[in-house]
Design a protein around this ligand. Structure first.
Ligand SMILES: Nc1ncnc2c1ncn2[C@@H]1O[C@H](COP(=O)(O)OP(=O)(O)OP(=O)(O)O)[C@@H](O)[C@H]1O
Ligand SMILES: [Mg+2]
Length: 499
């Protein structure tokens, strides 16, 4: 046997054993022959493929954007392209195809399935982008919170001045202050949303109001929904669930976006997305219903699989529902789907209702007595944003003695000399010595005062592992806060039992 020439059977066996898909077409890309691997990739038998053109197997949208070109091939130049093929059940596979001209005008294509890699790369890119967006959002939220806090405090003080004034201008000043305050509160709400999302995957579980998380999700998905459906809320009174608001909102955003994607663009009056909450037997149900395409039986069985998607590449990764499913199960719940093609779908998230620990609940903090509330307290206010401390000191000038420190280091020095304070109010995140470090030092140096510390937080960036312990013991006042909220927090902790 000539070593350079293989017998025909050996050649055929090689081709059949190859893991790459192979096909031979005529110059118009009509298939003459395929191997087993190509049939498996395309989900069709040889009989279904032979005689079919490659174009008929491709994603039509992609084909319209990038038509098949034969010029290079016929001129004898090999080409390499990546194409999306549609299987009979609607699934999309991405194949990398290298094509070359063989005998006469016939073309040989070698195809490799790169669907998993492509989707993985897309997902990693998206995860990366989301992570940097999260960091950016948290940073922006933190930066905005400080000025927001003192603007709000000044408006508060202005309203109080107007209230106490007999000037004929007082009502008008009060009116301006009230309008400006409502604007600031809107900015504060946006900042809160940004923070909830940037904390998306954390494990900070606590009782969460599902309606709050739904509203957060609705405002995030609002852009997708607006042009496609009227959103209808059917909220019943339901208990809280043990979750994190960011995580819950992430689940609802995924479901709302899927609902929007099941609806045509531009007919918002003809379609509805209904968001309904109910509670039964210790469980909370959140149902998101759309009047969209629905899902047929074959797809319904697979929608929770990672990477299962019927959308074209770049539009969906097929991870939304699998992530939702994972998050919901981790919270001890489940997701059910009720759907019919042409009628629409309902995705129901069921979560156990939150039950407060039964073991000896901590005695409720005594309500601040009139005496305590009225007592003149000596406060140490620690914040690296001087404008916040200044407005607090001015507002409390008649009621309390306020000493300011502009950093954790300053506060520590001051306290080492003079620990005679009733309450310490301390920003959580500051350059150098932060709130948690100051608290840890106080616990060693002046434990009684450590128990009378109130944290203020403008977005808890960079909380370490022991953050949860310190935060669980001490109250945290979120920025921006009002003077009333600060006064209430101070009054409550000033009468707290001294540990
Ligand atoms: N409300 C719905 N109506 C109709 N089909 C849906 C609905 N929700 C999900 N599906 C189907 O389930 C598939 C998987 O959904 P999933 O959210 O996991 O991924 P995706 O939406 O395709 O992509 P991604 O969420 O990663 O952007 C979708 O491609 C779609 O076919
Ligand atoms: Mg999705």
């Amino acid at each position: 046997m000539d070593a350079a020439v293989l017998p025909a059977e050996t050649l055929r066996a090689m081709v059949e054993a190859a893991s790459d898909g192979m096909f031979v077409t005529d110059a118009a890309f009509r298939i003459d022959w395929v191997n087993d691997a190509a049939c498996a990739m395309l989900g069709r038998s040889p009989a279904q493929l032979v005689g079919t053109t490659i174009a008929a197997l491709l994603d039509p949208e992609e084909l319209a954007r990038a038509p098949l070109r034969r010029h290079d091939l016929l001129a004898g130049r090999a080409t390499m392209t990546t194409r999306t093929f549609v299987l009979p059940d609607g699934e999309r596979r991405i194949l990398e195809v290298s094509a070359t001209r063989i005998a006469g005008d016939r073309l040989l294509g070698l195809a490799r399935d790169v669907t998993a890699q492509r989707r993985m790369t897309a997902q990693l890119t998206q995860a990366d982008r989301l992570a940097s967006l999260g960091t950016l959002a948290a940073g922006v939220a933190h930066e905005i919170n400080n000025p927001l806090t003192y603007v709000l405090l000044h408006l508060d003080a202005l309203a109080a001045l107007a209230g106490a004034s007999t000037s004929p201008l007082a009502p008008e000043v009060a009116d301006h202050a009230a309008t400006a305050t409502s604007g600031v509160r809107r900015v504060a709400a946006i900042v809160r949303d940004l923070r909830a999302f940037s904390r998306g995957g954390d494990d900070d579980l606590g009782p969460v109001d599902v309606h709050g998380a739904l509203e957060l999700a609705l405002s995030t998905a609002g852009h997708e929904l607006r042009h496609r459906a009227m959103v209808e809320r059917r909220y019943r009174e339901v208990p809280t669930v043990l979750a994190s608001e960011g995580r819950l909102a992430q689940i609802f955003v995924n479901l709302l976006i899927n609902a929007a994607q099941a609806l045509p663009d531009g007919q918002p009056d003809d379609h509805r997305v209904v968001v309904a909450t109910t509670a039964t037997g210790g469980e909370v149900h959140v149902a998101i219903t759309d009047t969209g395409t629905g899902i047929d039986e074959a797809h319904r069985r697979r929608i929770f699989e990672p990477f299962f998607t019927t959308r074209s590449v770049g539009v969906g990764t097929g991870l939304g529902l699998s992530i939702c499913h994972g998050l919901v199960v981790a919270l001890g719940g489940r997701i059910d789907v009720d759907t019919a093609p042409g009628r629409g779908s309902t995705f129901t998230v069921t979560l156990p209702a939150f039950v407060a620990a039964t073991a000896a609940p901590p005695a409720p903090a005594p309500a601040p007595t009139a005496a305590a509330a009225a007592r003149r307290l000596r406060l140490l206010f620690v914040d690296d944003e001087p404008a916040i401390g200044q407005v607090v000191a001015r507002a409390f000038a008649d009621t309390h003695e306020v000493v300011l420190a502009a950093s954790g280091g300053d506060a520590r020095e001051l306290l080492a000399r003079d620990p005679d304070f009733d309450v310490v109010v301390c920003d959580l995140v500051m350059p150098g010595i932060g709130g948690l470090q100051l608290h840890a030092w106080l616990r060693q140096a002046h434990p009684a005062l450590a128990a009378r510390l109130v944290f203020v937080s403008g977005g808890r960036i960079g909380d370490g592992g022991d953050a949860a312990t310190a935060l669980a013991d001490q109250p945290v006042l979120d920025k921006p806060f009002t003077l009333d909220a600060l006064e209430a927090a101070i009054a409550a902790i000033a009468v707290a039992p001294r540990r």
